[in-house]
Design a protein around this ligand. Sequence first.
Ligand SMILES: CC(C)(COP(=O)(O)OP(=O)(O)OC[C@H]1O[C@@H](n2cnc3c(N)ncnc32)[C@H](O)[C@@H]1OP(=O)(O)O)[C@@H](O)C(=O)NCCC(=O)NCCS
Length: 200
Amino acid sequence: MFEFGPIRLRAWEREDLKKVHEWENDFETMLYSRGMPQQVKSYDAVVKYYEKEMDREDRLHYIIELRSSNETIGTAVIRLHDWGNVRRGNIGTYLDKNYWNKGLGKIITLALLEISFYHLNLEKCEACSIEYNKRAHKVLEDCGFKRYGIERKSVFVLGRKWDWYCFDILREEYIQMREDLLSKILKDEMNEYLERTTLL
Ligand SMILES: CC(C)(COP(=O)(O)OP(=O)(O)OC[C@H]1O[C@@H](n2cnc3c(N)ncnc32)[C@H](O)[C@@H]1OP(=O)(O)O)[C@@H](O)C(=O)NCCC(=O)NCCS
């Protein structure tokens, strides 16, 4: 479990699957999270997915909870992969719609960067998202990601093709801006986090 400001990232449990099933069938949430938002999923398909993913060592799946109320508000993932000899993680997240635009996405993204660089020792982190997902792009850029490429007209949604935007951040870039990001995004909760995670 990883506690960071107002949120907690913890393991998925079976009792979370009902909520995940609801989110994965919510068109608006999937419109921003998936290339095929109309691909509805049965509860059994969600269970199967969960069982397969939990066996993989190259996936870190998290449920996001509010520390104040223990309410489950979304999911996040780091997909590990090596290309050449560079260890990298591809991150993704979605929140329950009731929690959009409240600053939590940036906090989750920063938590995923802390895990990636300070715990997993990755060299870079990547994230991709559809052209119209301006909110996600703002979150990534505010957390230090840079757009490094565009896969042109790669996703077909709502009657037309859209570009697929790819962002990344290198370990050394993150380390350089870490304190600034922690203070901007975690604000008053930065000191509590640093005190709790500093061993000496
Ligand atoms: C993407 C997501 C995780 C972001 O979390 P969030 O809590 O809503 O984001 P935050 O509140 O931390 O930040 C959103 C920022 O985008 C800005 N924003 C919102 N809509 C915007 C738009 N249409 N254009 C540009 N910026 C926008 C907000 O003003 C805010 O920036 P600010 O803090 O400078 O004002 C969340 O909205 C979500 O789950 N969306 C659906 C799934 C999804 O898109 N997942 C990501 C796929 S890569």
